[in-house]
Design a protein around this ligand. Structure first.
Ligand SMILES: Cc1cc2nc3c(=O)[nH]c(=O)nc-3n(C[C@H](O)[C@H](O)[C@H](O)COP(=O)(O)OP(=O)(O)OC[C@H]3O[C@@H](n4cnc5c(N)ncnc54)[C@H](O)[C@@H]3O)c2cc1C
Length: 420
């Protein structure tokens, strides 16, 4: 590869904060709110003009129940506005998950409210591009936005970018994972009663689409992506009675932190979404008058970089071990416990990870990247960052008992002392 050398330049330091949370997805918001509630200065940076991460950018709006700790607060706020409801017409695949639907527009608004009520300084439209380090200690980040290139000093940093951007830029070890990418879209004007009359449940639509692909009525780019399997279809009635969320299909083998792959994925999955919408309108009873209300702002990227932390538990371990240093006990498909080491990157000090870039083996991450787990790890990481600061220790040296005590005061049930 050819390189150029850029001229040396001076970068203005525009803020100095106690805890800097990088990324405003569900994990980042949880981390920022929980850190700020410990009485420290918190700033949150986000590259989009709104918060929520994959939930709002990619319309991942069906979640396993929000329970335990900060999740209960998300649930309460959404319920108060009547924008959180159990999904109806689930099939044999989705029924055991007890999925609930969220209105993403209200979530965007509520997340801002939560941050502002907690006193978090929010900076949107800002991309983190580099880190400031002294030996192994992370001292802040460099960001770019419409004002140019700027620096923020931070005493503690939480990486909630989903892609472990900060950890990778700081030189922490990570693994790169490729998972299927999917573009979701919402359709309105659906006569759900007629569709259900004809199909029984949403599995009926999935079956019809599968048959449509087999009969070549619904074509995907199988030739271009040989590893591209039959698209998984998922449709669920949302909070509103004529609205349905559709998963257009799984695009395999793409690297979510490679801009060329990402571009190709956006283009291909958008085409899938359009073909799928036309197919549903033409072939499925109840969809005749439906239209696409909106598609995702960006393709849904399930996984990219995940830190290799001080602990990397397996699925069996998160389901069965009562870790002494448990800092989150979310329930997604199973009850799970996560050790503190899962949110502690190796080799870099003053950095914690939260959300879908934490450390666990690949099988375990299949469940640990679910929404209620991401927010629980955000709660743990934000609280640990604030406590470390108050106690004047590195997160690695933090007395986990004191962290557990505070998490339990915040309403997070950790199941300590209870045999599973
Ligand atoms: C197709 C698909 C289906 C899924 N299905 C389900 C499901 O049914 N149920 C479920 O519970 N979960 C599901 N998930 C998983 C779940 O949605 C995510 O794992 C979770 O929302 C991740 O939250 P997060 O906050 O960790 O990361 P993200 O939501 O990715 O948030 C990261 C935030 O950081 C920002 N950011 C990233 N890099 C930078 C940077 N350099 N500078 C500034 N900002 C940056 C991003 O814009 C984003 O807002 C699904 C995901 C996908 C993609």
């Amino acid at each position: 590869m050819e390189w150029i050398s850029e001229p040396e330049r001076k970068t203005p330091v525009v803020a100095e904060v106690d805890v800097l949370v990088c990324g405003g997805g569900i994990a980042g918001v949880a981390a920022a709110v929980c850190a700020a509630r410990q009485g420290v200065d918190v700033m949150l940076l986000e590259k989009y003009g709104f918060l929520g991460g994959l939930v709002t950018t990619s319309l991942v709006i069906t979640t396993t129940p929000l329970n335990n700790g900060i999740n209960l607060e998300f649930e309460r706020r959404l319920k108060e506005k009547s924008v959180y409801a159990p999904c109806r017409y689930s099939d044999e695949i989705t029924k055991p998950l007890h999925l609930h639907a969220i209105d993403p527009e209200i979530l965007k608004y509520e997340l801002v409210n939560m941050l502002r009520e907690s006193g978090v300084d929010i900076l949107l439209h800002t991309y983190i591009v580099s880190t400031i380090k002294e030996d192994n200690r992370l001292n802040g980040i460099i960001m770019e936005n419409k004002a140019g290139r700027q620096a923020v000093w931070a005493r503690m940093v939480v990486d909630a970018t989903g892609d472990a951007d900060v950890a990778a830029l700081a030189g922490a070890p990570f693994r790169l994972v490729k998972k299927p990418m999917t573009m979701m879209f919402n359709m309105v004007g659906v006569d759900v009663a007629r569709a259900m009359n004809a199909m029984g449940n949403w599995g009926g639509i999935r079956k019809l689409v599968k048959e449509g692909i087999e009969r070549k009525e619904l074509e995907f780019d199988l030739g271009i992506y040989p590893e591209f399997g039959a698209p998984g279809v998922y449709a669920e009635q949302l909070v509103y009675k004529d609205e349905v969320n559709v998963w257009s299909g799984n695009l395999m083998g793409m690297n979510g932190v490679d801009p060329r792959d990402l571009t190709q994925a956006e283009i291909t999955t958008r085409e899938h979404a359009m073909r799928m919408a036309i197919f549903l309108k033409n072939k499925v009873p109840g969809f005749e008058n439906a239209r696409i209300e909106y598609t995702s702002t960006q393709v849904g990227v399930r996984a990219t970089r995940q830190i290799i932390g001080e602990a990397s538990p397996t699925m069996d371990e998160v389901k069965n071990i009562r870790f002494e240093d448990t800092v989150a006990k979310p329930y997604a498909r199973n009850e799970m416990r996560l050790p503190y080491g899962s949110i502690l990157p190796q080799n870099v000090e003053n950095l914690l990870a939260a959300g879908r870039c934490i450390s666990a083996d690949e099988e375990a991450m299949g469940q640990l990247r679910l929404i209620p787990v991401c927010s629980a790890t955000g709660q743990a990481a934000g609280t640990a960052a604030a406590l470390s600061l108050k106690k004047g220790v590195a997160p690695r040296e933090l007395d986990v008992l004191s962290l557990q005590e505070v998490l339990m005061e915040q309403g997070m049930e950790l199941g300590l002392g209870v045999k599973m």
